[in-house]
Design a protein around this ligand. Structure first.
Ligand SMILES: Nc1ncnc2c1ncn2[C@@H]1O[C@H](COP(=O)(O)OP(=O)(O)OP(=O)(O)O)[C@@H](O)[C@H]1O
Length: 625
C-alpha cells in the first residue's frame, strides 16, 4: 500500500437519547397539585368499583359486606375492651373481676374471629375479581390497538402511549386489592376514631396530625416514582423492542455473522443504565420525603401519647378509659397508616390508569369511522382517482396523485425503485389507508364511506413483512377464516404455492406446530414461510389479491410456478403484484412503473420493454446481471 491512509474508524455511538414526548404526550403530573391528586382518589375508587362490578357483581357485593363486617367487628372489639377494662380495673377479688369481664372478653374473641373470617372472604372475593379484571384490561388494550386505523399507528408518539398504557394493565392487577384495603382501612379508621372521640374529643385531632405527614409523604413519593417512570417510558419501549430482536432466534444468524453481538450488548446495557440513572437520581428525593414526613409524624405522635398520659395522670380520664384509648389509638393509627399507604397506591395506580384510559380513548377515536355498508355484489373494479398519501413527518407524499383502474380478471404488476411508493399504493388499493386527496373507489363507491371490515372480507394481502404465526400449519393458512369440515381447501392453497410435499413430510402434517422457538414443532425455511403467506392469501378466495413482493425469497422455479398458478386461479379476482423481478411481470396484463410516488409508465410488458423508459432500463440491468 502506498501513502493512502486508512480513515480512522470511530467507536460505535451510544444509543440516541429518547424521550416520551410525542406531540400527544403530556405528563399528567407536571402541573398537578397535592390536593388535585387527593381529589382524584374517589374517582379512582369509583372507576375500580365500576370495572369490578362489570366482571363479577356477586364478588363485589361479598367484598362490600366483608368490609362492613370488618368495620363492625373492630367497633365491637373496642367498645367491649372498654367494658372489660372497667370490670378488670374495678376493686374486689381478681376472680370476681375476671368473671365480670368474661362476657365482654367473649364478645372481643367472637368479634376478632368474625373479623378474620370476613377478611378471608374478602381476599377470596378479590381473588375472583382480579384475574378477569386484568384480562379485561389487557384484552381491551389489545383489541383497541388491533382496531385502530393503520395510519394512526404511524402518528407521533403512538407507540410510547401504547407502552404507557401497558403499565395501566399491569397496575390493574393490584387495583381491587388496593381499593379493598383502602376501604377496609377507611371503615376501621372511622369506627375506631368514633370510639376514640367518645373517649376523649382531643385524641382524634392529635392522631390525625400524626398521620397526615405520612400521607403527604406517601403521595409525594408516588409522584416522584411516576415522574421517573414517565421519563423512562420511551427508553423502556425501545429497549423492549431491541431485547426481543436481539434474543430472537430469527435474527440470530444476522447478529452473529455481522459481528453485532458486542454492540447490541453494549447498547442494551447503556440504555438500561440510563434508565437506572434516572431511577437512582430520584432516590435521594424519595429518601428526603420519607424522612421529613416520618419526623413530623413522629413529633405529633409523641404529642398524642403525652396528651393521653397527661389526661390519665391528672385524673381527667379514668384508668379504664385510658387503657381503652391506648388500644383505640393503636387501631386508629394502624388503620390510618393503611389508609395512607393504600391511598397512595391507588393514587399511583390512578396515574397509570389515566395513561391507559387516555390511550384507549385515543385508540377509540382513531378506530375506523367510515361507514356501515359494504359492496352488494362481487368486486368488479378498483379505481384510484388522483390519489395522494403523505406519511406523518414526511416532506413529500409517498403517493403523489395516482390515477389507475384495475378490473376483475386482470393482473396488474407494479414495479419501481425502492421508496417509489409501491407498498403505499397497495395500502390505498386495499383501503388500509385512506387518501389524503383524491379517491379510491370499489365498484364506483368511495371506500372512505364503506365499512372497512366488509371490504377486507373481500381482500387478501401478502405484505413484504408477513407474520410467521407460531401456530399450526393449518391455522397459518386459515387464520381468521371460517373453516371447512375437510381440509381440501387448505391443501388446494398449499398445492398452489408448491408446499404440498413439504407439509406432507412434516411429522404431524397440517397439525405440525410452526413454533420451534417457543414450544416445539418445526421450523420452515424463509421461502417456505413466504409460500405459506401466499397460501394464506389464496385460501381466502378474495376478490382483490395483493402480493407485495410475494416471491422475493423463492427460487426461480418456485416463483414462476406460483405466479402461473395465481394467473390460473385468479380469473375471478383483481390481482396486483408488486415485484422487483421484471421478468415475472410477463404474467401481468398491464404494468405500472412508479417513480417518486407517481406512475411514470403504464402498458404491457412488450410495450414497456420496447419503450426506452425506466422499465426498459431496469430490465436491461437485470439481464446484464
Ligand atoms: N410507515 C412509514 N412512515 C413514514 N414514511 C414511510 C412509511 N412507510 C413508507 N414510508 C416512506 O414512503 C415512501 C414510499 O415507501 P413505500 O414503502 O411505499 O415504497 P416502495 O416502493 O414499496 O419501496 P420498496 O421497493 O423498498 O418496498 C418512502 O419514502 C418511505 O420512506
Amino acid at each position: 500500500m502506498t501513502g493512502t491512509a486508512t480513515p480512522r474508524r470511530l467507536p460505535p455511538p451510544p444509543p440516541a437519547e429518547l424521550r416520551y414526548g410525542g406531540r400527544y404526550a403530556k405528563n399528567p403530573l407536571a402541573e398537578a397539585t397535592f390536593w388535585a391528586m387527593c381529589r382524584r382518589l374517589p374517582s379512582v375508587l369509583r372507576q375500580t368499583a365500576r370495572m369490578a362490578w362489570a366482571v363479577d357483581r356477586r364478588a363485589v357485593l361479598l367484598l362490600l359486606v366483608c368490609q362492613l363486617a370488618i368495620g363492625g367487628a373492630a367497633a365491637l372489639q373496642l367498645t367491649s375492651t372498654a367494658e372489660a377494662m372497667r370490670s378488670i380495673l374495678a376493686g374486689g377479688e381478681v376472680a370476681d373481676r375476671v368473671r365480670e369481664a368474661l362476657p365482654a372478653l367473649v364478645v372481643i374473641a367472637l368479634a376478632a374471629a368474625a373479623g378474620r373470617v370476613a377478611s378471608a372472604l374478602s381476599s377470596y372475593a378479590d381473588g375472583r375479581i382480579t384475574p378477569p379484571l386484568t384480562t379485561e384490561a389487557d384484552s381491551g388494550l389489545v383489541e383497541a390497538v388491533c382496531r385502530m386505523e393503520a395510519a394512526a399507528r404511524d402518528e407521533d408518539g403512538c407507540a410510547d402511549r401504547e407502552e404507557a398504557a401497558e403499565m395501566g394493565v399491569v397496575r390493574s392487577h393490584l387495583m381491587v386489592q388496593d381499593a379493598t384495603r383502602l376501604t377496609a382501612a377507611g371503615i376501621r379508621m372511622a369506627t375506631a376514631s368514633g370510639v376514640l372521640t367518645v373517649l376523649h374529643p382531643l385524641m382524634l385531632p392529635l392522631l390525625l396530625l400524626a398521620v397526615v405527614p405520612a400521607g403527604v409523604g406517601a403521595l409525594l413519593h408516588a409522584k416522584v416514582t411516576y415522574e421517573t417512570h414517565y421519563a423512562n417510558v420511551a427508553d423502556r419501549n425501545v429497549r423492549q423492542k431491541m431485547r426481543s430482536w436481539a434474543t430472537s432466534r430469527k435474527f440470530a444468524d444476522e447478529i452473529r455473522a455481522n459481528g453485532m453481538t458486542g454492540y447490541l450488548v453494549f447498547w442494551y446495557r447503556t440504555v438500561s443504565e440510563r434508565i437506572d440513572e434516572r431511577t437512582l437520581a430520584a432516590a435521594p428525593r424519595m429518601l428526603r420525603i420519607t424522612l421529613v414526613s416520618a419526623a413530623i409524624g413522629g413529633v405529633f405522635l409523641l404529642l398524642t401519647w403525652t396528651a393521653l398520659a397527661g389526661l390519665a395522670i391528672t385524673g381527667r380520664i379514668e384508668a379504664a378509659i385510658a387503657a381503652t384509648a391506648v388500644v383505640a389509638v393503636q387501631t386508629t393509627l394502624a388503620a390510618l397508616n393503611q389508609l395512607v399507604v393504600y391511598g397512595a397506591a391507588m393514587f399511583h395506580s390512578a396515574l397509570y390508569l389515566a395513561d391507559m384510559d387516555g390511550f384507549l380513548a385515543h385508540a377509540a377515536a382513531r378506530a375506523p369511522d367510515r361507514g356501515t355498508s359494504g359492496l352488494t355484489g362481487p368486486l368488479e373494479e378498483v379505481v384510484l382517482e388522483e390519489a395522494v398519501y403523505h406519511y406523518p413527518g414526511k416532506e413529500f407524499p409517498a403517493v403523489a396523485g395516482v390515477s389507475l383502474t384495475v378490473r376483475r380478471g386482470e393482473i396488474l404488476a407494479v414495479v419501481g425503485e425502492n421508496g417509489s411508493g409501491k407498498s403505499t399504493l397497495t395500502r390505498l388499493l386495499t383501503a388500509i389507508f385512506l387518501t389524503e386527496k383524491g379517491r379510491v373507489n370499489w365498484n364506483g363507491q368511495d371506500v372512505a364511506g364503506l365499512d372497512p371490515h366488509k371490504l377486507w372480507d373481500m381482500s387478501g394481502l401478502v405484505p413484504q413483512n408477513f407474520a410467521q404465526w407460531p401456530l399450526s400449519v393449518r391455522d397459518n393458512v386459515t387464520l381468521g377464516q371460517p373453516r371447512e369440515e375437510t381440509d381440501d381447501l387448505v391443501w388446494r392453497a398449499l398445492e398452489a404455492v408448491g408446499l404440498r410435499d413439504a407439509i406432507d413430510e412434516l411429522p404431524d402434517g397440517l397439525d405440525t406446530l410452526l413454533a420451534r422457538e417457543h414450544w416445539g414443532g418445526t421450523e420452515l425455511s424463509g421461502g417456505q414461510w413466504q409460500r405459506l403467506a401466499c397460501a394464506r392469501a389464496l385460501y381466502r378466495g378474495a376478490g382483490l389479491l395483493i402480493l407485495d413482493e410475494p416471491t422475493s425469497q423463492l427460487d426461480a422455479r418456485g416463483e414462476h410456478i406460483i405466479l402461473e398458478r395465481i394467473k390460473e386461479i385468479g380469473g375471478g379476482c383483481i390481482t396486483v403484484v408488486v415485484t422487483h423481478r421484471l421478468e415475472n411481470t410477463k404474467v401481468a396484463d398491464r404494468i405500472v412503473v412508479m417513480e417518486q410516488g407517481r406512475i411514470s409508465e403504464h402498458g404491457t410488458y412488450d410495450e414497456l420493454a420496447a419503450g426506452g423508459g425506466l422499465f426498459a432500463e431496469l430490465l436491461a440491468l437485470s439481464h446484464d446481471r
